[in-house]
Design a protein around this ligand. Sequence first.
Ligand SMILES: Nc1nc2c(c(=O)[nH]1)N[C@H]1C(S)=C(S)[C@@H](COP(=O)(O)O)O[C@H]1N2
Ligand SMILES: [Mo]
Length: 368
Amino acid sequence: MTATTDQISPPGRLAGPDEGITLDELRLASRNHAMPAEAMRADVTPPGLHYVLVHYDIPHVDADTWSLDIGGDVERPLVLDLKALRDMAARTVRVTLECAGNGRAALSPRPISQPWLAGAVGTADWTGIPLRQLLEDAGPAGGAHSVVFTALDHGIERGIEQDYERGLTLEQAMADDVLVAFEMNGAPLPPQHGHPVRLVVPGWYGMAHVKWLSRITVIDHEYDGYQNAVAYRTRARPDEPGEAVTRIHPRALLVPPGFPDFMTRERALRPGVVELEGRAWSGWAPVEQVDVSTDDGTTWQPAELSTSEHRWAWRRFACRWTASPGRYVLRVRATDGSGRQQPADQQWNLGGFANNGDQPVIVHVLEA
Ligand SMILES: Nc1nc2c(c(=O)[nH]1)N[C@H]1C(S)=C(S)[C@@H](COP(=O)(O)O)O[C@H]1N2
Ligand SMILES: [Mo]
């Protein structure tokens, strides 16, 4: 990391009480797109509909000359090109990815950053080599504590010039299903999702899944780089250390029923019996219940949950609603096996991270 001038990248700030989305936020939002909610009808999100979040620029990486260095405190440092990686025994894991900033734009006050509503999520089949296998091949030395993942994209945040880089403890890195992935939904990774190789850490918010991976370094102390120690912490005030953002809190989202108004995206629906459906997920424990409210959270009824053999992917839920003419605010909330439930009130912090407040969907049921 090289320190640069603070003027290039001002510190984060909160929007004023009536301040609309700024041009800086619009610029980020037009590069980093959400998943359209109707894409949740599919178990697996097609790559073009999966959300995208890139801090800096998408790097141009030539897969033919790319290689992955595994070094630091290891007994046998490795250099693997794409062919060497592809020749190893691969696994495919279906994983729901969600950005830690999902829901940020609805917070009050609004932290100025990528202004996500609720769509910073997607589910893909990721194919790659278990990270544990690669680490065991390299042989972490005695005293190994953490593993650092360095990417090929480069930029400045809060005046700090850096390669995008994240750390995990050795224990977190050795967990089942953590992958060094080279395929998304059975095809090579698209440029925006980390071509040619990215990390996939099932159950964790997006920031941990380092794209355009180039180096894995084992270190003998806790990693204290920018993205772990400065960014991605929940703080109420800038001067406190805060808590690290790690696993995904439970969330359920509806496929908005009926059809939308072009500008407001409020829904129009014909009266009668409708099936309300959506998806729910949690990185802490499997989702065990989803409740649906058609009266803005006054009363709730449990939805039917589909079974899923994919621990790290969202689960489908559905329930029937007899809609009669009027205006309704629909809400859904997930509860997981660890007892965590989506809260009714906003989970506010300075970065707008890990906020899993529920998503109101406004529906106008038309006259028959
Ligand atoms: N190298 C690199 N990896 C990265 C990022 C990045 O900017 N650079 N963004 C992270 C964040 S914040 C998220 S939410 C996910 C998004 O992954 P996706 O674009 O494949 O959905 O990638 C993560 N990995
Ligand atoms: Mo993110």
